[in-house]
Design a protein around this ligand. Structure first.
Ligand code: FES
Ligand SMILES: [Zn+2]
Length: 121
């Protein structure tokens, strides 16, 4: 079996509405990952690109969060209507979608312009 060329991890973490960190999937339906799966299938990419439903990727304040490997490109605020563009531009044409990319200063930092300092969970 051929190796996957890309893994797309899609946060589907659900938290209660009162949680101050928010969450990427308030309904807990995994709908965004399903849209990725459908788009990959429609493009004939099922064998080479995998869209995985992920737990919290620790970028909640920037969510819904998606990360694409092996490039380790992080996307924030991803909506179902953005999926076609990510697949077309990033996966097929190898050009990450600049307007959805998280700033380097935002990824894996304790605080940034979007989150207040906090203790690790
Ligand atoms: S809930 Fe999605 S990154 Fe934390
Ligand atoms: Zn940020």
């Amino acid at each position: 079996m051929a190796k996957f060329e890309h893994h797309i991890f899609v946060c589907a973490n659900q938290r209660p509405p009162e949680n101050p960190r928010g969450c990427c999937d308030p309904e807990g339906l995994g709908a965004l990952q399903l849209v990725f799966k459908q788009e990959l299938a429609a493009r004939g990419l099922k064998a080479s690109v995998r869209a995985n439903r992920a737990g919290c990727l620790d970028q909640c304040e920037h969510g819904p969060t998606v990360v694409v490997y092996p490039e380790a490109v992080w996307y924030g605020g991803v909506k179902p209507e953005d999926v076609k563009e990510i697949v077309e531009s990033h996966i097929i044409n190898k050009v990450p979608v600049a307007r959805l990319k998280l700033d380097e200063d935002c990824v894996n930092t304790v605080s940034c312009a979007h989150k207040s300092p906090r203790k690790p969970e």
